[in-house]
Write a protein that binds this ligand. Structure first.
Ligand code: ADP
Ligand code: MG
Length: 277
């Protein structure tokens, strides 16, 4: 089953990406058509991954969804209201944990709430709980450089959840980590997500990771960047490390990879045809 509309959804979409496209204009240079119009809707609490090779517009789409980049056309709305820069309903996590190196883990984790003037007792309690859940409780007074890469990314994820976002946007958050740490963080992320009414859009070019985590996987292709297909991942939840050995999981990873290979072949054919003209 494929489609850009989640199965079983009723009522208006929670997140609606409606005809979003992006052309980067450079002074004196040719315009870059980074993203052809994308339509995507997500239900509340859904976990969706965007996968595709470098340059297919994943970051562009994610930044537009965050309200941090203007689209050339189309709209993104959350519960019917357009997203905007600094939207308190949205948190973003990047590949680099972007912790301030001169602040302790605790100060980093509470910083966004502080900046937004929302650092009340409840936010402090949530920060404490999140540090506990991410195994960082005893590292509160440490500085980022005293932590491993995995721990830094955990701190960044804790930070992104203190504000209780409706929508968490993650751009290859685990790409710089070793496989072992990445798998552990996948499980931690699922644990953090499952207890919340939070929708996640997760960018990765790791197909196994996308299938492991997601309710649906959106496949993108480059030149020009576009959304090709959205596939369901009807594997039971909770997902646990044991499913990594399951035939069903394996088959889904293989099918998703085949779709991606197919689309990149098409893209390079198109590119070659274009080059020949
Ligand atoms: P991905 O995250 O999938 O690797 P991006 O969204 O970063 O893709 O980029 C999509 C396309 O847009 C690429 O061809 C990239 O070179 C181009 N692009 C990204 N940002 C800019 C920019 N600020 N100016 C011009 N072109 C850009
Ligand atoms: Mg990117």
């Amino acid at each position: 089953m494929n489609g850009s509309t989640p199965a079983g959804a009723d009522g208006p979409a929670h997140v609606l990406v409606d005809g979003v496209e992006k052309t980067y204009l450079k002074k004196g240079g040719a315009p870059v058509h980074a993203l052809r119009p994308v339509r995507l809707d997500l239900r509340r609490g859904e976990f969706l991954s965007l996968v595709g090779p470098s340059g297919c517009g994943k970051t562009t789409l994610l930044m537009i969804m965050a309200g941090l980049l203007d689209a050339s056309g189309g709209t993104v709305s959350l519960d019917g209201a357009p997203v905007r820069a600094g939207d308190p309903r949205i948190s973003v996590a990047f590949q680099q944990p972007t912790l301030l190196r001169w602040r302790t883990v605790w100060d980093n984790v509470i910083l966004p709430s502080k900046i937004m003037g929302r650092l009340d007792a409840a936010a402090r309690t949530r920060a404490e709980e999140l540090l506990e859940l991410t195994g960082l409780a005893s590292f509160k007074k440490h500085y980022p450089h005293e932590l491993s890469g995995g721990m830094q990314q955990r701190a960044a994820i804790a930070r992104s959840l203190v504000s209780q976002p409706d929508l968490l946007l993650m751009d290859e958050p685990f790409a710089a980590l070793d496989e072992f740490t990445r798998e552990k963080l996948n499980d931690e992320l699922l644990r953090l997500w499952s207890g919340r009414e939070m929708t996640v859009v997760f960018v990765t070019h790791n197909i196994s990771e996308a299938v492991y985590l997601s309710d649906r996987v959106a496949i993108m292709a480059p030149r020009p960047g576009r959304l090709i297909e959205v596939t369901d991942v009807p594997l039971a939840r909770p997902r646990t490390p044991a499913i990594r050995g399951d035939e069903d999981y394996f088959r889904r990873v293989r099918d998703t990879r085949a779709l991606l290979d197919h689309t990149s072949d098409e893209s390079s054919d198109r590119q070659e045809a274009g080059d020949a003209r």
